[in-house]
Design a protein around this ligand. Structure first.
Ligand SMILES: Cc1cc2nc3c(=O)[nH]c(=O)nc-3n(C[C@H](O)[C@H](O)[C@H](O)COP(=O)(O)OP(=O)(O)OC[C@H]3O[C@@H](n4cnc5c(N)ncnc54)[C@H](O)[C@@H]3O)c2cc1C
Length: 375
């Protein structure tokens, strides 16, 4: 392999799933990595996340799948329930890290972040909290990056992993627009009912709800509110409003509703998507994760794409003589897979919105099978 032999110094903007896993993969390939994270503390919102098969497979490459399965909740089946509360079928997802191991894992976000931080730091990555990037210039073979504390870094690689509203993307001159899909998604942390050993998805007459276990003792309720303007509700209104929305569902949701009514962690977010149609890289800078491709949460695969990005980035940089050539190869390997996933997630969001659940389920299933292919 004729890999890059120049200075292996990287600055990553954002210590989310994409930034931390890219840092770990790059550090494992011999890069000296620093992360600038704008958040002054490591606290993350307390809701959970579903790590699908491709996410577990990518985490396994970093040696982290077992930690996530131990700290989270392994599962393999999605149970669909119809508007009358009756079972409407089950989807068995591909087991990508071995036939005897679960297809996916639910995990609390703070727990996942702790695992990712620990591994990155064990590999020598320096994570600077409360810091962001204010200017970027390509200078010969290096990128000159100005940071918000007034200091300068000159690095061989700049990675923008700062999420859907990425500043690094703008500073690199890569533009995209965000799309709002007329849906607000809710998450509420609840105790795990004993029957919840996999994901349950409940079709409603107006909205969609569900339950995802994230540990032996915890699960999160999700609800997608359809046909609403993007808005922020006062904190005090979150629990009563969620309670009201869940009242429209029969069957097992009736058991979940009282649990949600005492939840200490309820969040409501707009369904926003983005896909960078033009370049993802300029000079020695590149954007990854949600900064390049943010799917709707309906496919639960944004984190999978983000983790895969970091692995593929480190791999392609190791194969090419210059950073620029490595970044071109990274983008050409990732673009179609990420576009397909974003488009599929948007189509599923649209079908949910139109109450065409019987069409949304097979599309979700097909999307997961497609994602089982290589990163
Ligand atoms: C409600 C909801 C539910 C979801 N559920 C799932 C799921 O179940 N499974 C799944 O796979 N995906 C899910 N997703 C998608 C998933 O959360 C994202 O795809 C994933 O977090 C993307 O990771 P990222 O690191 O690219 O971005 P982020 O997770 O957004 O991380 C970006 C990081 O950059 C930091 N940052 C931002 N701006 C700056 C700046 N200017 N300078 C420095 N740092 C900055 C942020 O503080 C953050 O730490 C969900 C998304 C939503 C909204």
């Amino acid at each position: 392999m004729n890999g890059y032999r120049g200075a292996r110094t990287a600055l990553i903007v954002g210590a989310g799933v994409a930034g931390l896993t890219a840092a770990t993969a790059l550090a494992g390939a011999g890069w000296q990595v620093e992360i600038a994270e704008v958040n002054p503390s490591r606290a993350t919102s307390g809701w959970g996340l579903c790590l699908t098969g491709p996410a577990l497979r990518a985490l396994a490459e970093l040696g982290l799948a077992d930690d996530c399965l131990t700290a989270g909740y392994g599962m393999s089946v999605i149970t669909h329930v119809d508007v009358d509360g009756e079972p409407a079928g089950q989807a068995r997802l591909p087991r990508l890290i071995g036939a005897r191991r679960p297809a996916m894992a639910g995990i609390a976000r703070p727990v996942l972040h702790r695992i990712l931080h620990t591994e990155a730091e064990q590999r020598g990555v320096v994570v600077q909290q409360g810091l962001t990037v204010t200017a970027v210039d390509q200078e010969g073979e290096l990128v000159r990056v100005q940071l918000s504390d007034g200091t300068i870094r000159q690095v061989a690689l700049l990675v923008g992993a700062d999420g859907i509203r990425s500043s690094a993307r703008s500073l690199l001159g890569l533009e995209t627009s965000l799309r709002y899909h007329g849906q607000m998604v809710w998450r509420a942390l609840v105790p795990r009912p004993q029957w919840a050993t996999g994901i349950h998805q409940f079709a409603g007459k107006a909205d969609t709800a569900g339950l995802v276990p994230i540990s032996a003792g915890q699960a999160y309720v999700f609800l997608t509110e359809n046909g609403v303007e993007q808005s922020v509700l006062p904190e005090a209104e979150l629990v009563p409003r969620l309670q009201q929305l869940l009242e429209a569902f029969p069957g097992r949701v009736e058991e979940i509703r009282p649990l949600a009514s005492v939840s200490e962690s309820v969040v409501r977010r707009p369904v926003l998507t983005a896909f960078l149609e033009g370049a993802w890289n300029r000079g020695n800078g590149v954007v990854i994760g949600d900064a390049a491709h943010a799917p709707a949460p309906q496919m639960a695969s944004g984190a999978a794409l983000a983790i895969e990005d970091g692995l593929v980035l480190a791999e392609e940089l190791g194969r090419h003589r210059s950073v620029g050539a490595g970044l071109d190869a990274f983008v050409s390997r990732r673009r179609q897979r990420c576009r397909t996933l974003v488009e599929t997630s948007v189509a599923i969001a649209g079908l949910e919105h139109a109450q065409r659940h019987h069409e949304a389920y097979p599309l979700t299933d097909a999307g997961h099978r497609l994602m089982a292919g290589p990163a």
